[in-house]
Design a protein around this ligand. Structure first.
Ligand code: HEC
Ligand code: HEC
Length: 468
C-alpha cells in the first residue's frame, strides 16, 4: 500500500533546512529525517534515501558541516581530550580525509583504496596517546571495498541468529537433563568450534573458534570486529572527519549536543546515518567477467578448479545462502552507542532482493539467494613463524590476536589492488604466498604447483571484478 503521508513527509524532509546560498562552503544542505524513511519496501521508496546517502558518502565535509573534533579523540567510545591538538588534520589519529570517497574509490566510489589511503587504526580507549606516529599506537590498514556489503551484513546476522539458537537449545537441554551438553557451532556450514552448556545456565566457551564470546559474527573491518554498516559509519565519521553522529555523541549518550567542542551541535542526524547505511547496503555485488580472450577463458576455467583443489575454498567459501534479503536498519545486534532496535519505534526496512543487480544472483533449491562473496566470515590464524607477513601488526584489536584476521571476501578482487590488510602487496601472487598459519597448506600447495597452474589461478581471480 502506498502511504502518501510518508511520501510527502519524505519530500518535505529532503528540502527541509535549506542553506543560505548554494555556493556556501558546506557539504550538507539538508539533514535527513529518519522518521520519514521507515517502511521502504514498496518499489522506488528507497531511491531518495539512497541518493541522500550517496551524496553524503562523496561529500567533502567542511567546518560549516561540523568537521573537526578539537576536544574529542577518534576513539569509538566518546572520549574527551583536554587540550585542542595543534593540527586538526593529522594522518595517524585523523582527521585524515574530508570525504568517505577520498579513500573508498578504487575502481569507483564505494570501492577500495590504494596504499596512500591507508588508515591508522588504534583501539581507541581513553588513555592512549593518539597524536603519534609510533606504530605501537596503531595498526595500518588498507581500504576495502563496500560492494555487496548489505548482503554481507545480512549473512552475518543470520549466522549470529543460528549460533544464538544453538546456545539457547544447549542451555535448555542442560537444564532439563541436569547434565553438561556439548553443542557444535555450525552456521551456514561454517564451523565455529564447540560450546558446553552447563545445568546452572553458564556456558563454557573455551573451544569456540573464529568468533567472539558473544557469538556475534562481525563481518566488518579486516579484523572482523565490527557488527554493522551503521556502527562502522558512526566510527568512520568521527575518526576520519570529526563529524559526530548524534546517536553516539549526542545528548542521549553523552548528555551533550556538542561533545567535540567545535560549536556545531548534532552534526550528523540518525537519518543521515540511515542514508549512508542505505547507500552502502544497496551497492551491487561484484561480478565475474571473463574477458573475450580465448587463452584467458581457458586459464580462468582451469584456475576455477584449482581454487578448490588447492584448498582456497575451505576459507574463501564461494557462496553463502541467505534466507531473507530484507535489510532492517538498525539491525538486531548493535551495541550501545549505535542506534539500536530498542531506541526506535520503527526500523527502516528495504528488500535488497528487489534491486536490479540482485535479480542476477543465483538461488539454491530452497529459493535462498546464493551470495558469492568468497569468504566464510570467520577469523583465522593467518601467520606462522616462517610465513609471517600477515602477522605484522604490533597491537591486538578488540582482544583478537595480532596474527588473526577475517577471511577476505574475494569478490571484486580483480579490481582492488593492492592487497593484504596493509595494502603493501601489489600482486595477488604476493598476497597468496603471504598466507601462513591455518592457510599454510593451501599456500604451500600453490607454491608447489606448476607455473601454468599458478598463472591459471591468477587468471581466475582476475575475473572477479567490480563491474564498471
Ligand atoms: C582515510 C581513508 C578512509 C576514509 C576517509 C573512510 N574509510 Fe572506510 N575504510 C578504510 C579502511 C582502511 C578500512 C579497513 C579498516 C580495517 O580493516 O580495519 C575501511 C573499512 C570500511 C568499512 C568496512 C568494510 C568491510 O567490508 O570490512 C566500512 C563500512 C567503511 N569503511 C565505511 C566508511 C564510511 C561510511 C566512511 C565515511 C564516513 C569511510 N569509510 C571513510 C578507509 C577509509
Ligand atoms: C585458513 C583460511 C584461508 C585459506 C585456506 C586461504 N585464505 Fe586467502 N585469506 C585468508 C585471510 C584470513 C586473509 C586476510 C589476510 C590479511 O590481509 O591479513 C586472506 C586474504 C587473501 C587475499 C588478499 C585479499 C585482499 O583483499 O587483499 C587473497 C588474494 C587470497 N586470500 C587468496 C587465497 C587463495 C588463492 C588461497 C588458496 C591458495 C587462499 N587465499 C587460501 C584466509 C584464507
Amino acid at each position: 500500500m502506498i502511504r502518501w503521508s510518508s511520501i510527502l513527509a519524505a519530500m518535505a524532509a529532503s528540502v527541509a533546512v535549506a542553506s543560505a546560498a548554494p555556493w556556501d562552503e558546506k557539504a550538507i544542505d539538508a539533514h535527513v529525517d529518519r522518521a520519514a524513511f521507515v517502511d521502504l519496501l514498496a518499489p522506488g521508496r528507497l531511491d531518495e534515501l539512497v541518493k541522500a546517502g550517496e551524496k553524503l558518502f562523496a561529500a567533502p565535509f567542511t567546518a560549516g558541516d561540523g568537521v573537526g573534533r578539537p576536544f574529542a579523540t577518534q576513539a569509538i567510545l566518546p572520549t574527551k581530550r583536554k587540550r585542542k591538538p595543534e593540527q586538526g588534520f593529522f594522518r595517524t589519529p585523523g582527521m585524515d580525509a574530508t570525504s568517505c570517497a577520498a579513500c573508498h574509490n578504487v575502481p569507483m566510489t564505494g570501492g577500495a583504496g590504494d596504499f596512500v589511503a591507508n588508515v591508522f587504526v588504534a583501539e581507541g580507549f581513553e588513555s592512549a596517546d593518539f597524536d603519534s606516529l609510533d606504530p605501537q599506537f596503531s595498526n595500518e590498514r588498507n581500504t576495502n571495498h563496500l560492494f555487496g556489503a548489505g548482503l554481507v551484513e545480512l549473512l552475518a546476522r543470520e549466522m549470529t541468529a543460528s549460533l544464538h539458537d544453538i546456545r539457547a537449545r544447549a542451555l535448555a537441554e542442560a537444564r532439563r537433563s541436569g547434565a553438561e551438553v556439548d553443542a557444535k557451532l555450525d552456521a551456514k556450514g561454517v564451523y565455529f568450534g564447540w560450546i558446553t552448556a552447563l545445568p546452572d545456565g553458564s556456558v563454557d566457551l573455551r573451544r569456540i573458534e573464529g568468533v567472539d564470546a558473544d557469538l556475534i559474527v562481525k563481518p566488518f573491518s579486516q579484523k572482523g570486529v565490527f557488527v554493522s554498516l551503521r556502527q562502522f559509519t558512526d566510527n568512520a565519521l568521527n575518526h576520519h572527519h570529526g563529524m559526530q553522529a548524534a546517536e553516539r555523541f549526542g545528548v542521549r549518550w553523552t548528555g551533550e549536543a556538542d561533545f567535540d567542542g567545535d560549536e556545531k551541535p548534532d552534526e550528523i542526524t540518525e537519518g543521515d546515518v540511515s542514508a549512508l547505511t542505505a547507500w552502502q547496503a544497496t551497492l551491487p555485488t561484484p561480478t565475474v567477467l571473463v574477458p573475450d580472450h580465448a587463452e584467458w577463458k581457458a586459464a580462468a576455467a582451469k584456475g576455477d578448479l584449482l581454487f578448490d583443489s588447492l584448498g582456497c575454498a575451505s576459507c574463501h567459501l564461494r557462496a553463502l545462502p541467505l534466507d531473507s534479503a530484507v535489510f532492517e536498519d538498525p539491525g538486531p545486534y548493535d551495541a550501545a552507542g549505535t542506534l539500536r532496535r530498542a531506541d526506535v519505534d520503527k526500523t527502516t526496512r528495504y528488500d535488497l532482493a528487489a534491486l536490479p543487480w540482485a535479480k542476477a544472483l543465483p538461488r539454491d533449491s530452497q529459493g535462498r539467494l546464493l551470495v558469492p562473496l568468497f569468504s566464510d566470515l570467520k577469523r583465522h590464524v593467518i601467520a606462522d613463524e616462517q610465513i609471517a607477513a600477515f602477522g605484522n601488526e604490533l597491537l591486538a584489536q578488540r582482544f583478537v590476536d595480532r596474527n588473526v584476521f577475517a577471511t577476505s571476501e574475494l569478490w571484486g578482487i580483480g579490481s582492488t589492488a593492492p592487497y593484504g590488510h596493509r595494502g603493501d602487496m601489489p600482486t595477488l601472487n604476493e598476497a597468496i604466498l603471504a598466507h601462513g598459519g591455518e592457510a599454510r597448506k593451501a599456500r604451500d600447495a600453490y607454491e608447489d604447483a606448476a607455473d601454468d597452474e599458478r598463472s591459471a589461478l591468477i587468471a581466475f581471480l582476475k575475473t572477479l571484478v567490480i563491474a564498471p
